[in-house]
Design a protein around this ligand. Structure first.
Ligand SMILES: N[C@@H](CCC(=O)N[C@@H](CS)C(=O)NCC(=O)O)C(=O)O
Length: 255
């Protein structure tokens, strides 16, 4: 374990773990790199005020110019002057630059892979993450803290112009959506089969791609143990169950 003074901001749920793919992505990186950190749990309703008070920058701006604050975020006070960062990929790139592993084979961001990782993340977001909301919306809602449920319902209903319960797909439409998602996971398995060894997208060691993919799988597992996780374990000859087991040693939640 490398002794660092990192504060990691994550989103609480009614479970002892988060269900956010992006915060899981950074937690996997912190655990894989063996960095010590403390978690501060921030409900979504408080993300903006907490980030502002800690000097954490927004991750995007709305067309009107209003800043949008999201988690994960970190504050690293290891080297005196605090470094406050948001946005999962820049956070992992910072951790990699600041705390490189002596073994180059364990690099999360190996040299010259930024463009490939950007492409991978774009693919994951459009082919899987973006397809999950209509099948997981009520599972996501159920796992939120009571206060965040109110916040989530308000934002989703305003964005979709209908009740949360109506956003969720049902019947044949739901089955078709799951089929499309299974197809996207099968495509990843076909790519991963090109590796000679190892359960991960990057073979035997994690990279940024596996932090993103692993974060997504953990979010599905914890948001929906009785539907998404059952499907994941069944798809692709059990590949995703094996992937989740291989990832397990880096899923510890340091509070
Ligand atoms: N590009 C950001 C996106 C982070 C993001 O969307 N985080 C979500 C949780 S998974 C969030 O903070 N949502 C709170 C909100 O939208 O108010 C990253 O990769 O960290």
């Amino acid at each position: 374990m490398t002794v660092t003074k990192i504060l990691f901001l994550d989103i609480p749920t009614v479970l002892p773990v988060s269900t956010s793919p992006n915060t899981w992505k950074v937690r996997l990186a912190l655990n894989y790199k063996g960095l010590s950190y403390v978690t501060r749990w921030v409900e979504t309703a408080d993300i903006e005020s907490v980030c502002k008070s800690l000097g954490i920058p927004p991750t995007s701006f709305s067309p009107s110019g209003a800043p949008k604050y999201t988690l994960p975020a970190i504050i690293d006070r290891t080297h005196g002057e605090p470094v406050a960062l948001s946005d999962s990929t820049p956070i992992i790139e910072y951790l990699e630059r600041t705390y490189p592993d002596p073994d180059p084979g364990r690099a999360l961001c190996p040299p010259y892979t930024s463009s490939l990782h950007a492409l991978f993340e774009h693919h994951l977001a459009s082919s899987i993450t973006g397809q999950l909301l209509p099948v997981l919306v009520m599972h996501m809602y159920d796992k939120k803290t009571p206060r965040d449920r109110v916040h989530f319902r308000q934002r989703m209903e305003a964005a979709f112009g209908k009740k949360l319960e109506e956003i969720e797909l049902k019947g044949p439409e739901r089955a078709e959506a799951w089929k499309r998602i299974e197809g996207a996971f099968d495509f990843l398995v076909a790519c991963m089969a090109k590796n000679e060894k190892g359960e991960f997208f990057s073979g035997q060691q994690l990279t940024l791609a596996d932090c993103s993919l692993g974060g997504l799988l953990l979010a599905m597992k914890y948001d929906s143990p009785d539907e998404a996780l059952i499907k994941l374990k069944d798809w692709s000859g059990g590949k995703w169950g094996r992937y989740l087991s291989a990832l397990e040693e880096w899923t510890v939640v340091h509070s």
